[in-house]
Design a protein around this ligand. Structure first.
Ligand code: BTN
Length: 244
């Protein structure tokens, strides 16, 4: 299914948002920031079929070949006391979105703290949050989800929904629709908290992955704190406090 064929459907469904669709763009985050600085701030939703300069966290590049999901939108940072916590909450929103659309993948899906989405042991999606202004009042949230990438198109540490046998023609539209619903529905502190604790309950005493000295380690989640930090028990039984 061509995502652009559904443009009108999304525009009608979320008629207070301003969508821009691009076949190819440098980065949806860049475009979104540029538009927000001009007008409307919280109303833009930028969606692209591919990116030429897709960016990841820590200044990394984000592989952005055609047919995955590249989406950016702006949101107010008014209800969460810092960007760190917001980062974590949005990870939970993304995680929750995929489970809403495909309940059957729940046992395979995890968030690698703070907000990398993993399918089994492979990266499926990520989030890049950037400021629109210097006051952290408005932020742009960019999400990338590997949908149709093939084995030869992404690093072997990553995966896509198609590689995991999720081949529904409408995958991208269904995810975007649910994502926007969840983002705008949960744009209140109490809703974020509810999602946060729901995820927390699920991860308690579960194996959890985290990165330390550039290596991925597994530990047992002990506690997810309200500020997004997490206490882990590592394989030697030691408690580690992970901060974003
Ligand atoms: C990560 O490093 O895990 C975050 C990846 C975020 C990628 C998305 S794709 C849409 C938006 N535009 C970008 O240039 N980056 C984000």
């Amino acid at each position: 299914m061509n995502l652009f064929a559904k443009q009108q459907y999304l525009e009608e469904k979320f008629n207070d948002l301003h969508f821009e669709f691009y076949e190819e763009i440098d980065s949806t985050n860049e475009k979104c920031k540029e538009l927000c600085r001009k007008k409307y701030i919280d109303k833009w939703v930028i969606i692209a079929n591919s990116q030429t300069k897709g960016r990841g966290r820590y200044g990394r590049t984000w592989d952005s070949q055609a047919k995955n999901i590249y989406i950016s939108f702006a949101t107010a940072n008014a209800f969460v006391h810092d960007i760190v916590t917001l980062n974590f909450y949005l990870g939970v929103v993304l995680y929750r979105t995929l489970i809403d659309v495909f309940p059957e993948i729940q046992t395979h899906l995890t968030l690698k703290w703070p907000n990398d989405l993993y399918f089994n042991d492979k990266k499926l999606g990520g989030i890049l949050i950037e400021n629109v202004d210097n006051e952290l009042k408005w932020i742009v949230v960019g999400m990338g989800i590997n949908v149709y990438s093939g084995e030869n198109e992404i690093p072997n540490t990553a995966t896509s929904l198609q590689m995991q046998e999720i081949k529904d023609d409408n995958v991208r539209v269904r995810i975007i629709e649910r994502l926007l619903h969840n983002v705008y529905l949960t744009n209140r502190e109490e809703d974020y908290r509810e999602l946060f604790w729901e995820y927390c309950r699920k991860t308690q005493y579960n194996v959890y992955r985290y990165t330390k000295h550039n290596e991925i380690h597994a530990g047992i989640a002990q506690k997810l704190h309200a500020d997004g930090s997490m206490t882990i028990r590592d394989t030697k039984g030691q408690q580690i406090h992970l901060q974003i």
